[in-house]
Design a protein around this ligand. Structure first.
Ligand SMILES: Cc1cc2nc3c(=O)[nH]c(=O)nc-3n(C[C@H](O)[C@H](O)[C@H](O)COP(=O)(O)OP(=O)(O)OC[C@H]3O[C@@H](n4cnc5c(N)ncnc54)[C@H](O)[C@@H]3O)c2cc1C
Length: 324
């Protein structure tokens, strides 16, 4: 790490010097080794490819959070961080458009800033409206840079900072607010990032205001700590799980979550998003019955070969799985 900069009372930007060429698209994230590489968390690359010097991560410190406290409290300039190759589809290439509406709440602004810089610089014909929701004035991340961008690109960029302490009724996400601030919303590509409920509202309202579903995109930061499959009764039949090549053993109730069953036995698993997006918990099923929920992080070939995402896989019989 080259330097660390405090953005707000609980957010820091870590500036990194990549060891070699690092390919990424604006808005993508990397899996980052935290707590001396004992665990992995996903963080957006808040820098912009080709425009920023080096890479950056912008991290909100979460009470009791292992990764965020380590990154924002213990990592020092000169220390080395491990990053996976960049991944994710929350990027303009996967969400094409000539006009965008970005909706961000809190730390959800990190991919939005990365994409905003890129679009303003590379696509001068595109118009961007950004609605940025925060609780207090002091929580605005990249405050100086937003001011500079609005000054530099007055015709291309419209920024609305919606600060809850200035009055809930004028700032809360609603159809009236969206229709008032973004009258041409139906012609825009809508991308939202923030808490789950915020993005659900954003998607629903955009759809009600005429945005077709293929132009509505969102990215969640929250690891789903509840398994990504339905809850099952605890008295359901139990199945044995064996993890090759080491022969680790676990047990799951019928329909129980594979990742949760392995972690409950202390099996070290890398699972960053826990929602089927990142692919870090993929395992190959060598034998047994299972049911998959989300599987977007797997290719058709991987699915045909029996790979599953443990976070989204329910156990339907005795299973033998392998890490590679
Ligand atoms: C694709 C993606 C991109 C992300 N980008 C960023 C980013 O740019 N900046 C950033 O700060 N974070 C980002 N995150 C969230 C990040 O991966 C971690 O989940 C977050 O930093 C908390 O990790 P932790 O180890 O500190 O907390 P943990 O030790 O994992 O959890 C501690 C407690 O905090 C709760 N918690 C975990 N994550 C969150 C969260 N995001 N919000 C509120 N409560 C939470 C847990 O439920 C638990 O109760 C991203 C996540 C994803 C999936």
């Amino acid at each position: 790490m080259r330097a660390v900069r405090r953005e707000t009372p609980d957010v820091w930007t870590l500036e990194l010097e990549p060891g070699g060429h690092y390919d990424y698209l604006p808005g993508q994230y990397a899996l980052v080794g935290v707590d001396h590489d004992r665990q992995v968390r996903a963080y957006t690359l808040s820098s912009t490819p080709g425009l920023s010097t080096g890479l950056s991560l912008t991290v909100r410190r979460i009470e009791q959070g292992i990764g965020s406290n380590w990154l924002t409290g213990q990592v020092q300039p000169g220390d080395t961080l491990r990053l996976s190759p960049a991944q994710g589809r929350f990027t303009p290439g996967h969400a094409p458009g000539d006009a965008y509406l970005f909706l961000a709440a809190g730390c959800g602004i990190t991919p939005v800033m990365s994409m905003t810089r890129w679009l303003l610089s590379h696509r001068p014909e595109v118009h961007l409206t950004v609605l940025y929701h925060v609780r207090r004035e002091q929580d605005v991340i990249f405050a100086d840079e937003w001011r500079a961008l609005v000054r530099q690109y007055p015709r291309q960029l419209t920024l609305h900072r919606l600060i809850r302490e200035h009055g809930r009724e004028h700032t809360q996400l609603s159809a009236t607010l969206l229709a008032g601030l973004v009258p041409d919303i139906a012609a825009r590509t809508v991308m939202s990032c923030g808490p789950e409920s915020y993005m659900q509202s954003a998607s629903l309202l955009a759809s009600q205001l005429g945005v077709p579903s293929e132009r509505i995109h969102s990215e969640t930061f929250l690891p789903k700590n509840t398994p990504a499959v339905e809850a099952v009764p605890v008295d359901a039949p139990r199945h044995r799980i064996v993890l090759e090549p080491w022969g680790d053993r676990a047990e799951a109730v019928q329909g129980g979550n594979l990742l949760a069953a392995l972690e409950a036995q202390g099996v070290p698993m890398i699972a960053a998003c826990r929602s089927g997006d990142c692919g870090s918990c993929k395992l190959k099923v060598l034998s047994g019955d299972y049911r998959m929920g989300a599987q977007t992080a797997l290719s058709a070939q991987e699915l045909a070969e029996g790979w599953v995402l443990a976070c989204c896989c329910s156990v339907e019989g005795d299973l033998v799985v392998s890490q590679g």
